[in-house]
Design a protein around this ligand. Structure first.
Ligand code: NAP
Length: 439
């Protein structure tokens, strides 16, 4: 393991690894690194750069009663190292809540509690992280004709720029909120990602109510939250489906998130990859936890009994126009069966329309010319999450998330972060000897 800048011709210090982004994926990698030490007790030279000022994982959707949709056993470490003291169980033990949690008999902790766990882990590896750093460019560093390292250019909130040189870069940019074409966020139009922050900053008391577009977990949680929080206002749920569809959490289907499924998916021809994704989309996308569906239905029915229609379901419906007025938003929706249009006069519209991967080419800057992309602009990857490059590239370029097209449906989820971290470190180790001993 080397921590001094010797391999490159410049006088820069060369890190063994620079991580871009510090969400759960790179946090899991940081922990795996912290748990691997050379025989001499030495550690690799690692730095993670994160745009946010502190650790946060979808903080705008940390709704009070929302629970995790995935077992706590798929935390940041357990599938890689069940004896790790960075596990969710270790966290509970340190908090003095282990027995209370056991008595609770659940695999699905509150999302807020799991967030506390992530923050607890992030603080324990905090010396590896620099927050408030937006990575703005990656520049190839050449030695002779070969690209031996990368300059990672970052800017802080005051506009100060720093350059960190690395032999290996692990990009974990996360996902970006997706809005329908032509829709832009404003004081009255929000993506669900920002729900709690926008509600905390309401300029005036809402009087007309809310519309929520979408039929996934975020949409159902947003409808539930708004309906409870504003007990006198209507909440309109707008979506194309006939009804909310349940997420498939049954055991055989759940195996699609196992590490073995990544091998099977990676090795499959593209046509079968697409087919598999179609079969199991309902484990994750455009689906809602069945208990929440039942709860929303219970409320709609109870209102019907009382002759009230505060929770209004506009199924088979799409938005055809959105007009912001002085007093709110006029949302024109169209019944897709009859073509009938209705204007919903609301204070705010919440688009719970999901997420999309970032365009990796824009992240890669000058390095993109050395990487391979498919016809849809998606990067080609080796099984070890290393970008496929031309043969002038000697440094390691790895990608976490944004790999659903090559590694399958678990790519954007927590399910596999622990195993993936080990696979990436094994790969770096095999190529460059990052650490002497593996855990
Ligand atoms: P999602 O599952 O992708 O659902 C997006 C919804 O928006 C779908 O109903 C989709 O309609 C609709 N939509 C997309 N584009 C649209 C457009 N242009 N016009 C109208 N509707 C549009 O997104 P999500 O609900 O944000 O969930 C994303 C992930 O986060 C999932 O893994 C979910 O489990 C997770 N999540 C977890 C929690 C939790 O742990 N408690 C909470 C929220 C989310 P179609 O049905 O027609 O595609």
């Amino acid at each position: 393991m080397t921590t001094t800048p010797t391999a490159d011709t410049s006088e820069h210090r060369v890190h063994d690894l620079v991580g871009v982004g510090f969400g759960p994926s790179n946090l899991s990698l940081a922990i795996a690194l912290a748990e691997r030490r050379t025989a001499a007790g030495d550690a690799p030279d690692v730095l993670f750069l994160e745009r946010q000022e502190s650790f946060g994982w979808h903080p705008g959707m940390l709704l009070a009663d929302a629970t995790m949709q995935i077992s706590f056993l798929k935390d940041l470490v357990t599938p890689r190292n069940p004896a790790s003291d960075f596990s969710f169980l270790s966290f509970l033990h340190r908090q003095g809540r282990l027995h209370d949690f056991i008595n609770h008999k659940t695999l699905f902790p509150l999302r807020a509690e799991f967030h506390d766990y992530l923050v607890w882990c992030a603080e324990r590896v905090g010396e590896q992280v620099r927050y408030g750093q937006q990575v703005v460019e990656l520049r190839p560093v050449r030695d002779g004709g070969r690209i031996t390292s990368v300059d990672v250019v970052a800017r802080d909130t005051a506009g100060r720029q720093t350059v960190e040189r690395a032999r290996n870069v692990v990009l974990a940019p996360g996902l970006r909120p997706r809005l329908p074409e032509g829709v832009h966020e404003s004081a009255r139009v929000w993506h669900s990602e920002h729900l709690l922050h926008r509600l905390a900053d309401l300029p005036e008391e809402p009087v007309r109510g809310f519309a929520v577009v979408g039929a996934g977990q975020s949409a159902a949680e947003a409808v539930d939250h708004l309906h409870r929080t504003f007990p006198r206002l209507p909440v309109h749920a707008v979506f194309s489906r006939y009804g909310y569809s349940p997420s498939d959490d049954t055991p055989f289907a759940n195996r699609i998130f196992d590490p073995e499924a990544v091998d099977a998916y990676y090795d499959s021809p593209q046509e079968f990859k697409d087919e598999l994704m179609g079969y199991h989309r309902n484990t994750n996308y455009s689906v809602v936890d069945p208990d929440l569906i039942a709860e929303l239905y219970r409320r709609v029915y109870a209102e019907r009994v009382r002759g009230e229609t505060r929770l209004r379901i506009h199924n088979m419906t799409r938005v055809v126009a959105l007009d912001e007025t002085d007093g709110g938003v006029d949302l024109t929706v169209e019944d897709r069966s009859t073509g009938k249009q209705t204007v919903l006069a609301v204070d705010h519209v919440v688009y719970a329309t999901g997420y999309q991967p970032v365009d990796v080419r824009t992240l890669l800057g000058g390095l993109a010319d050395h990487c391979v992309f498919d016809g849809l602009g998606r990067p080609a990857l080796h099984r070890d999450y290393r970008l496929v490059t031309d043969d002038t590239v000697d440094c390691g370029l790895y990608l976490q998330g944004c790999t659903e097209h090559t590694h399958g449906i678990s790519s954007v989820l927590l399910s596999n972060v622990a195993t993936r971290a080990a696979e990436i470190l094994d790969s770096i180790e095999a190529r460059t000897g990052l650490t002497a001993a593996a855990s």
